[in-house]
Design a protein around this ligand. Structure first.
Ligand SMILES: Nc1nc2c(ncn2[C@@H]2O[C@H](COP(=O)(O)OP(=O)(O)OP(=O)(O)O)[C@@H](O)[C@H]2O)c(=O)[nH]1
Ligand SMILES: [Mg+2]
Length: 223
């Protein structure tokens, strides 16, 4: 769980994750938050859940950098990224991990479009996400509907084998491009989504969408 300034949601999301009926090892990386996220993590959350591994960056490095920091600490067979906000429903991880647990898939993405109830706060994000998904399908021969979805679930060895180059929100397009080039077919399953606004702390913006497009194109033609 990469976190940056999530003091409003961190307690609730950790509680939800710890209540999922799966054998979960939670590693939280605080990326030099400037609010009291770090204090909440150390004083309250670590006391309540001593098994959680808390890591911290001395300076802000980005979401992908936080994921990179956490990967060597993962001992489980499956790795997923859980955001520190309340946009996702951690119980979805039960069905999202199932194809990997059964040995039927190696990479599973959640999709907000395979649900009956679509809930997108900003239309521009919805369109941007669709364009990124079409790009992935066109350039990499996948059949996905929601490339930037927050739940991406991997057989642990696959994620470990990828030496992530980018440090910020490029995590999604980079792993999508690289698992595709490794020959993995991405399986998509529905996921719930409860979008938050910028006022509530959303950090991703349109520039990240353009960067994502660039990363997808770049990896198609270079290594
Ligand atoms: N480590 C780290 N995490 C960050 C940073 N910025 C955002 N995050 C975390 O990344 C997650 C996603 O951030 P959001 O702003 O909700 O972005 P989003 O639009 O939901 O985008 P995705 O979930 O990445 O598709 C949250 O858990 C944030 O706390 C950062 O600079 N460093
Ligand atoms: Mg989010």
């Amino acid at each position: 769980m990469p976190v940056y300034n999530e003091s409003a949601t961190i307690r609730e999301i950790v509680k939800k994750v710890m209540e999922v009926p799966l054998d979960i090892e939670l590693i939280i990386v605080d990326d030099a938050s400037t609010d009291d996220t770090d204090e909440i993590l150390r004083r309250e959350i670590k006391t309540k859940y001593p098994d959680i591994i808390l890591l911290a960056h001395p300076a802000n490095k980005g979401k992908a950098a936080a994921i990179k920091t956490a990967i060597p600490y993962c001992t489980g067979e499956i790795i997923t990224i859980q955001d520190g906000d309340l946009e996702t429903e951690p119980n979805d991880l039960i069905h999202l991990t199932e194809p990997i647990r059964r040995g039927e898939a190696s990479v599973v993405y959640g999709s907000r479009y395979l649900n009956i109830h679509e809930a997108h706060l900003y239309r521009s994000y919805q369109l941007g996400g669709r364009i990124l998904s079409w790009t992935v399908n066109l350039l990499y021969g996948q059949h996905i509907t929601d490339e930037p979805a927050c739940y991406k679930v991997f057989k642990a060895d696959i994620l470990r084998s990828i030496n992530l180059h980018y440090e910020r929100f490029e995590f999604c397009p980079e792993v999508t491009a690289r698992v595709s080039k490794m020959g993995y077919k991405i399986k998509e399953l529905p996921m719930n989504y409860y979008p938050r606004s910028f006022a509530e702390g959303k950090k991703l913006n349109w520039r990240d969408g353009l960067k994502a497009m660039w990363v997808l194109i770049r990896y198609r033609f270079t290594d």
